[in-house]
Design a protein. Structure first.
Length: 200
């Protein structure tokens, strides 16, 4: 009980302007900061703590009636200051419009490897021209097969002509290996046999 009396004695020695000026000023500053910076949910708890401290100091300095009058006035002020939260919060200007751009800017740096366009030699391919130009045997065989397919072929010869056409189509627009060139020559020989059979 003696400790409680000492606390009351210490609080009664506090100047009267502390609960009347300092506590409302603290609530005003807190309301403005929460309005500008965010964290508005913490305002009621902070205002209640400051108001309780002012109520206790006023009760120790004056009478209990004055303390309750102070509590009512403080509650009114805190409620009015809460109206500041309806003001729109100023938004920070963002430098990036999307999450991907922010990540790119954060991790962008010097390239790990040298630029391959500048440092590597020019790539030369020996087969580019050959890939664009078809071998003369291929175009000749395709032309003969198209003539053959217009004729009245037996079912076995028509199946063979269709198979040869599919094989020749697989050789188009690509560089032929040695085995594919041999297969092309075999196809051409088969086409020539068919044209000789049907006297084309």
């Amino acid at each position: 009980m003696e400790i409680f009396r000492q606390i009351v004695t210490q609080l009664s020695a506090v100047p009267a302007w502390v609960p009347l000026i300092v506590c409302p000023a603290l609530v005003l500053v807190a309301a403005v900061l929460f309005t500008l910076l965010g964290g508005r949910r913490a305002y009621p708890f902070l205002a209640a703590a400051i108001g309780a401290a002012g109520f206790v100091m006023t009760g120790c300095i004056g009478t209990l009636t004055e303390a309750f009058l102070y509590a009512g006035a403080f509650l009114t002020l805190a409620s009015l200051l809460r109206l500041l939260f309806f003001c729109p919060r100023p938004r920070k200007k963002k430098n990036f419009t999307s999450r991907d751009e922010r990540i790119y800017e954060q991790f962008r740096g010097e390239p790990l490897f040298a630029d391959p366009v500048q440092d590597s030699p020019v790539k030369e391919c020996c087969f580019d021209d050959q890939a664009d130009e078809q071998p003369p045997e291929l175009s000749h065989a395709v032309a003969l097969l198209e003539k053959l397919r217009k004729e009245k072929l037996s079912s076995a010869d028509r199946l063979e002509a269709d198979a040869l056409m599919r094989t020749l189509a697989s050789f188009r627009s690509k560089a032929l290996t040695l085995s594919e060139q041999d297969a092309l020559n075999d196809c051409l020989a088969s086409v020539l046999k068919l044209t000789a059979k049907y006297k084309l």
